[in-house]
Ligand binder design. Sequence first.
Ligand code: GRF
Length: 228
Amino acid sequence: MYFITKPQTIKIPEKFVERDYVLPRIASVQNPLRVAVFISGSGSGLNAMLEYQKTPRAYLISLILSDNEDALGLNYGSKYGVKATAIPLPHTQDKIHQRLSHEAMIDEELVNSNIELIVLNGYMRIITPLFINKWKGRIINIHPSLLPKFPGIYAHRDAINAKTNESGCTVHLVDDGIDTGHILAQKKVSVSPNETIKTLQEKIKKIEHQLYPEIINLLSTGQYHSKS
Ligand code: GRF
C-alpha cells in the first residue's frame, strides 16, 4: 500500500464546513460510484482505470470527456463500451465568458449522466474556482511529482533540473490552487543521474497506472471518509 497518511484522515475544520470538501457517497461493487474521466490526450491512465474495472469495483467509469476533439483517449469509449464525448472550448471573444460557458456545458453533461466523481487524468485545462466549488471533494487529480514539490505542467523537467534523486506521483483532491489540494496518496520512484524527461515520465506513468485506480476505489468505498 502507498499511503503517506492513513485513510480516514480528512478532518474538516468546523468553520470551513460550508466551503470545504464534500466527499462522494460511500459506494459498493453492487452500487458503484458513477465516474467521469477527463482527458486531453492519449488516455493511457484512462486505459489503466478501464482495465482495473474489468473486475467489478466500487466505481464505474460512465463518461469519458475531453476538451480536445482529437484526443486519442476518446477511442477507449468504443473499445470499452463507455460514452465518450468531446466538449471543445466554444468560440467567443471574451475569455472569461468562454471558460464559464465551456464549464457550463461540461457540467450539464455531468448532471445528465448522473456523475458522482470527476477524475482528472491528463486533462490539460485549469478549471475555474466556480466549477471546483460545486464539485469540491468530488474532483480528484493525479500529478507526476511528490507534491508539494514540482507543481505545474513541467514537473518532470523541474525534478531533473533540481537534481533530486527521487520523484513519483501524487493523488489529491482538487481545490482552486494549482496542484495544492488535500493529498490522498503518493508513490515514489528513484531518479537516476542520467534520467531524461521521457524516461522519468515513462517510469512515473507506470506507478500512476497502478496507484490511481486503487485510490479511486478506496475513496469510493469510503476509506478516506472521516468517522467523526
Ligand atoms: C499523467 O502523467 C498525469 O500525471 C498527468 O497527465 C498524464 C496523463 O497522461 N496529469 P495520459 O494522457 O493518460 O497518457
